[in-house]
Design a protein around this ligand. Structure first.
Ligand code: MG
Length: 451
C-alpha cells in the first residue's frame, strides 16, 4: 500500500528476535540520520525490548552525525509535543502501540511533531534497503544527552488548556496498562483538581495486569474500580498512550465512536462551526453531531496520519478546523498538536463532564443517537479485484472512493477496503436499524461469494 515495503500506517512493527531486531533498528536510525541533520529525540514505551532497540536506534543516528537526546519512557504524544516545541530536527519512538508484549517497533516523527509522511517513509526505506547511509568521519560522530524530565513540559501543556480546578469534586480512575501514561495521565488529572485512583500504573513491559490493547475484557478490573469508588469515569490507554478509551459511571465500556461524538459535541459547541476531519470508517454519529453545531465533516483515508495532515492542509488554506480523530479513541486537537493524544483526551473528558453540571456520563451517553455497526474481515486471494466487483455491483448507487469503496445510502453505509498487509478485505456496515445493516451486509456478501 502506498509503495511502502516495510512501514505500515503507524511505523514498522514486528516480533522481537524474528522480524524486529537491533540490527534492523540500527539501520533505520542510520537511514533517518542520513536524511535529517541536527538533534533527534528518542523515546520509548515500557516494552522489555525497548532499551535494547533504543540503543540500536541511537547508534545508527550517532554514526551518521546526528546528536541524540534520549527522553526515556514517555507516551508517543509527549514525544511529539517535545519535538515540536523544542525544535528538534525529528524524533523516533520505540513502540509497538497496542500490539502484544513480544512485539516492538519504530514510529518516526518529523520536526513539527507529526508522523513521517508516506513519501518520506518511502525515501527512508529506499536508503534502508540500499544501505545508503552517510556515515560520519571520526570527528563528525554525534553526541548523546539524556533528558528524562522533559515529560513535564507535556503535562503542563495539557493541563494549561483547561481552567484551573475544573476537575474539583470529580473522582476518576486511570488504567495506563503498565505503559508510559502511568507517568502522565494520573498527574494531569490530579493537577486539574480530580481525585485520582490508578490500576496497572507501574511501568512493566511484561504487562501483568492486561495487554496493551485496551479491550472491554481487559478493562473489567477498571470497570469494577470505577463502580467501587463511585468515579465519574475510568480512562485507559493503549501501549503508547496516543489513544484513550473510557468506561462510564456504571462501568460500561464506551464504544470509541461514542467517545469521539461526546468530545466532538463539546469541542464543536465551544468552537462554533468549522470542519471535523475523520476517516471514512467513522460512524455517522460524528456527522450527526457536527451538523448540530453547524460543522461539516471532511473525510480522509483510514489512518491517523491522513487525518492530521489533512487538518494541517485545510488550516493552511485558511479553513477553520475544529476537531479531528478516528473512531478508535485516537483524537486530535487542532489547538494542541497534530497527532492523536490520549492524555489530552483523558483531560478533555473532565472538561466535558464539568460542562454537563454534574450529570452522570452514563446518562449523557444514552442520549446520543444509537447506530448498529457490523465489522467483518474476509479472506480474498485478490482483494483489489473483489473491491472492484463490489463497486461494479453497486454502481447505480452513491459511491465514494476516498479509501476502498463506500456505498452511501440515506439510512446506511458500507465500506469495503482491501487490507494493505494480508489477502483480506475489510467490510464495515452501519445503520440505525439492525435489520437494515444486516440486509446490506447480505447484499455485499452475495457479490463476495460470486467472485
Ligand atoms: Mg498507539
Amino acid at each position: 500500500m502506498n509503495g511502502k515495503r516495510m512501514f505500515g500506517t503507524n511505523g514498522v512493527r514486528g516480533v522481537i528476535g524474528e522480524m524486529m531486531t537491533p540490527d534492523l533498528v540500527l539501520k533505520i536510525g542510520a537511514a533517518l540520520g542520513s536524511m535529517r541533520k541536527g538533534t533527534i529525540a528518542v523515546g520509548r514505551d515500557t516494552r522489555t525490548s525497548g532499551e535494547a532497540l533504543a540503543h540500536a536506534l541511537k547508534a545508527g543516528l550517532l554514526m551518521t552525525g546526528c546528536d541524540v537526546v534520549d527522553v526515556g519512557i514517555l507516551p508517543t504524544p509527549a514525544l511529539q509535543y517535545i519535538i515540536k516545541t523544542n525544535r528538534f530536527a525529528g524524533g523516533a519512538m520505540i513502540t509497538a502501540s497496542h500490539n502484544p508484549p513480544e512485539y516492538n517497533g519504530v514510529k518516526i516523527v518529523e520536526a513539527d511533531g507529526t508522523e513521517m509522511s508516506d513519501d518520506e517513509i518511502i525515501k527512508l526505506e529506499d536508503r534502508f534497503f540500499a544501505g545508503e547511509f552517510n556515515v560520519a568521519p571520526w570527528d563528525g560522530v554525534g553526541a548523546e544527552a539524556t533528558a528524562p524530565d522533559r515529560i513535564e513540559e507535556y503535562i503542563q501543556a495539557v493541563v494549561g488548556h483547561f481552567p484551573a480546578g475544573i476537575g474539583k469534586g470529580m473522582t476518576v480512575v486511570v488504567d495506563p496498562g503498565s505503559g508510559p501514561a502511568a507517568l502522565t495521565t494520573p498527574i494531569i488529572l490530579s493537577r486539574m483538581g480530580c481525585r485520582v485512583h490508578t490500576i496497572n500504573a507501574r511501568l512493566d513491559g511484561t504487562f501483568p495486569g492486561r495487554m496493551p490493547e485496551p479491550t472491554p475484557e481487559g478493562l473489567q478490573p477498571l470497570s469494577e474500580m470505577v463502580i467501587a469508588t463511585g468515579a465519574a469515569f475510568g480512562v485507559a490507554h493503549d501501549g503508547d498512550a496516543d489513544r484513550a478509551v473510557f468506561v462510564d459511571t456504571i462501568g460500561r465500556y464506551i464504544e470509541e465512536n461514542y467517545e469521539f461524538g461526546l468530545i466532538e459535541d463539546y469541542v464543536c459547541a465551544r468552537n462554533g462551526g468549522g470542519l471535523v476531519v475523520t476517516p471514512v470508517a467513522t460512524s455517522r454519529l460524528i456527522r450527526d453531531i457536527a451538523e448540530r453545531h453547524g460543522c461539516t465533516v471532511d473525510y480522509t483515508p483510514v489512518g491517523s496520519i491522513y487525518v492530521a495532515r489533512r487538518m494541517i492542509e485545510l488550516m493552511g488554506r485558511g479553513e477553520k478546523v475544529s476537531f479531528g480523530g478516528e473512531g478508535n479513541g485516537g483524537l486530535i486537537y487542532a489547538d494542541h498538536q497534530f497527532c492523536r493524544d490520549g492524555g489530552m483526551t483523558a483531560a478533555m473528558m473532565v472538561a466535558v463532564l464539568a460542562s454537563h453540571n454534574g450529570r452522570k456520563l452514563s446518562e449523557i451517553l444514552d442520549e446520543l443517537p444509537a447506530y448498529h455497526l457490523i465489522k467483518e474481515k474476509h479472506h480474498a486471494p485478490d482483494p483489489s479485484a473483489l473491491v472492484r466487483a463490489v463497486e461494479e455491483a453497486f454502481s447505480g448507487e452513491t459511491i465514494e472512493k476516498i479509501d476502498g469503496i463506500k456505498i452511501v445510502r440515506d439510512n446506511a453505509w458500507a465500506l469495503v477496503r482491501a487490507s494493505g498487509t494480508e489477502p483480506m478485505i475489510r467490510i464495515m456496515i452501519e445503520a440505525k436499524d439492525q435489520g437494515v445493516a444486516n440486509a446490506m451486509y447480505q447484499e455485499i456478501m452475495r457479490v463476495v461469494r460470486q467472485v
